[in-house]
Ligand binder design. Structure first.
Ligand code: BES
Ligand code: ZN
Length: 640
């Protein structure tokens, strides 16, 4: 859709003036850049941002732990093109009390029909102030029951066991269940929030904390936050609980429950070095502070890159920092994902693939080439495996994912691992120095803006390929992004990365020889994982018992290794592992572990199905909606 000319002109002007908005009168404070129709494409929003869009969100919410809802107002700054007198917002189950303009005049609105995970549109009739001038829309609302983004935890689900806890997870399209705004990654918004919570809980958000918490009555405190950089709305995040803070470095620190804080801080000791390394590669960190919160174990992801406040699972803590590639990953998103963001979910690789590549560069700088090459080899192996499983021609193995696929259902190896291998391949062909310079330019040119695969490829061609036909042919760019399977120029990992481990796995396969206990314990987390992944699919009870006795797998302190053991055991109907699996599933809600364990049980048939059903009955209520949705599908769960 084309913009009305005067609107486009005002926006173009404002884009050039945005650096000095402080000097402009309020009504000219238009900061949102123009979206091209390409950048405005998103199948999973109701918003029509080229007509009217949200530029700023101000939340004033109370956390109601008893009713398990947030309750209050959202004040949206809106820009509308000339002649447009309505704005469409996203919602999923929100309970709307009323909508007014900034002066309190009631505005008409309608709530459309709900369409599955897309939720329902709220269409608001704008008042007199339409046109390029800023307009405010004030929505009084509460989140619905079971708002997908929010997980409310009973005290029993926390380490302390005394206070409740709540956190949000917005990516991909869940934030519309607690924030009424245009929930599309291309529609960047600045935001601020005032969150009132019961004492003695602390609140953190993915924004800079403003001032000290303020007493509200006797039992409550209000916390204020602000995010002055425009962000895709999935990056607005909140957590509240009995949490404390430990400083890690001049611009980094960690929040966690008191019982977890010390070990969390110890595990995260390399954070400041990672920030320095990342800046060395792709330029200044643009967000001020880099803090993290280690959440209770029901957090559904390993990590989530919420700006200035990465959210983390506690299951990454191994005691030996072997899983801190996760931190490199979430930190890397401060460039790929948060600074330059895919404008629609079908370009998942632009966030996750670029980030996984950047992650390995940070790992290389901080931990050395050997560890980075092992991580690359694991990533490459899972890509090869996914392509084998899906088939070389399967559209789901394309980096640009097929239209219509839910952002939760894309094949992750096609995005994370294929993206990594793609960029490693480009780097190898054009040379590291040139490629780094290109990437720095990419982040500079599109800072705080949405991007697409097409833009990335066009700029690669403009800046790196030029009219070098031979280079164009060598890179196979379109095949990588739009094609399926594994392109033939893919740069394979150095076979030396896991030479010793692969030899040990081959010896086991040949005659059952196990690595010596000392060899095994001397291996890194990545090496142990590689070994377990290389073992035969089918194992007898005797083999599993011997394996566990020799390598003490069930006592392994690295959850990535423990998970592989439990998966292998359940897949092979190994009864002695059941109690531990049950305990693990009762505590941990991380989808990456939980879903495959239920899958392993389920796929055995008559052995595992009753077991999975029994365990799930007890644990389902403790999982986040995302994990729950996935396991529901695996075990065919239907709510009564
Ligand atoms: N941004 C993702 C998590 C995500 C992706 C949530 C898509 C919803 C939709 C996060 O950065 C991530 O990739 N987490 C991984 C970390 C791993 C790859 C190091 C995880 O949680 O396992
Ligand atoms: Zn990621």
């Amino acid at each position: 859709m084309r913009l009305a000319a005067p609107f486009a002109a005002v926006l173009a002007l404002s884009a050039t003036l945005s650096a000095c908005t402080g000097d402009l009168p309020e009504e000219d404070r238009i900061v949102a850049p123009i979206l091209t129709s390409e950048q405005a494409f998103d199948e999973f929003t109701y918003a029509r941002p080229t007509e009217a869009r949200v530029t700023h969100v101000a939340l004033d919410l109370v956390l109601d732990f008893e009713a398990r809802k947030v309750d209050g107002t959202a004040t949206l700054d809106v820009q509308a093109a000339d002649g447009v007198n309505e704005i469409v917002l996203d919602s999923n189950g929100l309970v709307i009390g009323g909508i007014t303009d900034g002066l309190g005049n009631a505005l008409d609105f309608t709530i459309g029909e709900s369409q599955g995970e897309k939720g329902e549109p709220i269409t608001v009739q704008l008042g007199e102030l339409t046109g390029p001038a800023l307009q405010q829309v004030v929505i009084t609302y509460a989140s619905g029951s079971d708002a997908e983004a929010l997980q409310w935890l009973d005290p029993e689900q926390t380490a302390g066991g005394e206070y409740p806890f709540v956190f949000s997870q917005g990516q991909a399209i869940l934030n519309r269940s607690w924030i009424p705004t245009q929930d599309s990654p291309g529609i960047r918004q600045t935001w601020e929030a005032r969150i009132t919570a019961p004492k003695p809980l602390d609140v953190v958000m993915s924004g800079i904390s403003r001032g000290e918490p303020e007493d509200v009555g006797e039992n409550m405190r209000a916390f204020e936050f602000v995010m002055d950089n425009s962000v895709p709305p999935y990056l607005i995040a909140l957590a509240a609980g009995d949490i404390d803070f430990a400083e890690l470095g001049p611009r980094s620190g960690v929040w966690a429950e008191p019982a977890v804080l010390e070990e969390a801080a110890a595990e995260l000791i390399d954070t400041e070095a990672m920030i320095d390394a990342a800046e060395e590669i792709y330029g200044p960190y643009q967000w001020g502070r880099y803090d993290m919160i280690v959440l209770p174990p029901s957090f559904p992801y390993g990590g989530m890159e919420n700006p200035v406040m990465t959210f983390l699972t506690p299951t990454f803590i191994a005691g030996d920092r072997s899983n801190t590639g996760l931190i490199a990953h979430e930190l890397a998103h401060s460039w790929s994902g948060n600074l330059v963001t895919y404008s629609s979910w079908r370009d998942g690789w632009l966030n996750e693939g670029v980030t996984s590549y950047f992650e390995s560069r940070i790992s290389e700088a901080v931990f050395g080439e050997a560890r980075a090459e092992q991580e690359y080899a694991l990533s490459y192996a899972s890509l090869v495996e996914a392509v084998e499983e899906n088939g070389q021609d399967n559209p789901n193995t394309a980096m640009r994912t097929p239209d219509g696929i839910s952002p939760f259902d894309t094949v992750s190896e096609a995005i994370y691992d294929k993206g990594t291998v793609f960029l490693r391949t480009v780097e190898t062909i054009v040379g590291r120095e040139e490629f780094d310079e290109f990437m720095r330019g990419w982040f500079d040119r599109h800072a705080f803006q949405p991007a697409t695969s097409e833009m990335f490829l066009a700029e690669l061609r403009e800046h790196l390929v030029g009219d070098d036909a031979e280079l164009e042919e060598a890179l196979m760019l379109d095949e990588w992004v739009y094609g399926t399977g594994l392109p033939e120029n893919a740069v394979a990992p150095d076979p030396a990365a896991f030479a010793a481990v692969d030899e040990a796995a081959a010896a086991y396969a040949a005659d059952g020889t196990l690595p010596m206990a000392g060899t095994w314990t001397g291996w890194t987390g990545a090496e142990q994982q590689r070994f377990l992944r290389e073992l035969p699919e089918t194992m007898s009870d005797e083999q599993l018992t011997r394996l566990n006795e020799s390598l003490a797998l069930s006592g392994n302190g690295n959850n990535e290794v423990l998970f592989l053991w439990l998966q292998m055991a359940l897949r092979n109907e190994y009864e002695p592992a059941v109690p531990q699996a049950e305990e693990f599933l009762a505590e941990v809600g991380r989808n990456k572990f939980v879903a495959p364990l239920f899958r392993a049980m389920w796929d055995t048939g008559s052995w595992g199905r009753p077991l999975a059903t029994r365990i799930y009955e007890a644990t389902r209520g403790r999982y986040h909606s995302m994990t729950r949705g996935n396991v529901d599908e695996i075990v065919g769960y239907e709510a009564e």
